[in-house]
Design a protein around this ligand. Structure first.
Ligand SMILES: CC(C)(COP(=O)(O)OP(=O)(O)OC[C@H]1O[C@@H](n2cnc3c(N)ncnc32)[C@H](O)[C@@H]1OP(=O)(O)O)[C@@H](O)C(=O)NCCC(=O)NCCS
Length: 207
């Protein structure tokens, strides 16, 4: 499964979760559940070199692998062994642009956020927008007390997105995760409910 970071699963959060209804949107992106017609975009994203550099996607990644992910990423809504997966869709066209995952392997009320954007949709602020929508929902609808995220120190895009979305950089974890079979140091980031601004979205540290 993509991005599963632990050897021992300790599912967190409620067993069964309703996707946000109405869907979370800021007018530019809308977060919705993954669908069968997203498969071609999933294949393109999963087989992208940059995705495979930072994320534990199977290599090579084709339709069979995308179908497997479609299965695990829709199962999470009723099975805590799997992540909650929200598609980052273009609010105007509903086209798949990427994924935000809430990983449930942590104990208690901590979840880890992971994400990826289709190569053609990168550098348009979409993941930042999606994190800013998904984080408050996780706090209020799921009772999450702490959101975590981990980035490779060399993954600048991911770090900038987290900082932009209001996460705090906590520090370097040595040999923290295995990515594509190689032990890697990871920077741990966190976001707490108290970090939200008065509008209920993560405060932008640069405004
Ligand atoms: C990381 C990733 C999700 C970012 O998605 P995105 O939608 O392109 O990000 P945004 O457009 O919201 O940009 C966020 C910030 O990163 C910066 N950025 C984006 N791509 C960058 C790059 N290749 N190099 C440096 N900075 C980059 C943007 O300029 C922006 O910073 P700013 O607001 O200070 O200008 C995307 O690059 C991706 O899918 N990468 C492969 C998978 C991955 O790394 N997942 C995360 C694993 S921890």
């Amino acid at each position: 499964m993509r991005l599963a970071p632990y050897d021992v699963a300790m599912p967190s959060g409620p067993a069964s979760v309703e996707p946000p209804d109405p869907p979370l949107t800021d007018g530019r992106v809308r977060l919705r559940v993954l669908r069968e017609d997203d498969l071609p975009r999933l294949v393109e994203e999963g087989s992208d070199e940059t995705t495979a550099r930072w994320v534990n996607v199977p290599v090579p990644y084709g339709e069979a692998e995308a179908r497997e992910e479609l299965h695990t990423m829709t199962a999470g809504w009723h099975d805590p062994a799997f992540p909650l997966a929200l598609v980052i869709a273009d609010a105007a066209t509903d086209e798949y642009c990427g994924l935000v995952l809430l990983l449930r392997e942590h104990p208690h009320d901590i979840m880890e956020m992971a994400y990826g954007v289709h190569p053609a949709a990168r550098r348009r602020g979409l993941v930042t927008a999606a994190i800013r929508l998904a984080a408050p929902w996780a706090f209020t609808a799921l009772g999450v007390a702490r959101l975590e995220a981990r980035t490779d120190p060399e993954n600048l895009a991911s770090q900038r997105a987290l900082a932009r979305a209001g996460f705090t950089r906590e520090g370097l974890e040595r040999s923290s995760r295995s990515i594509q079979g190689e032990r890697r140091d990871m920077i741990c980031w966190s976001l707490l409910p108290a970090d939200l601004d008065q509008k209920g979205s993560p405060a932008d540290p640069r405004t």
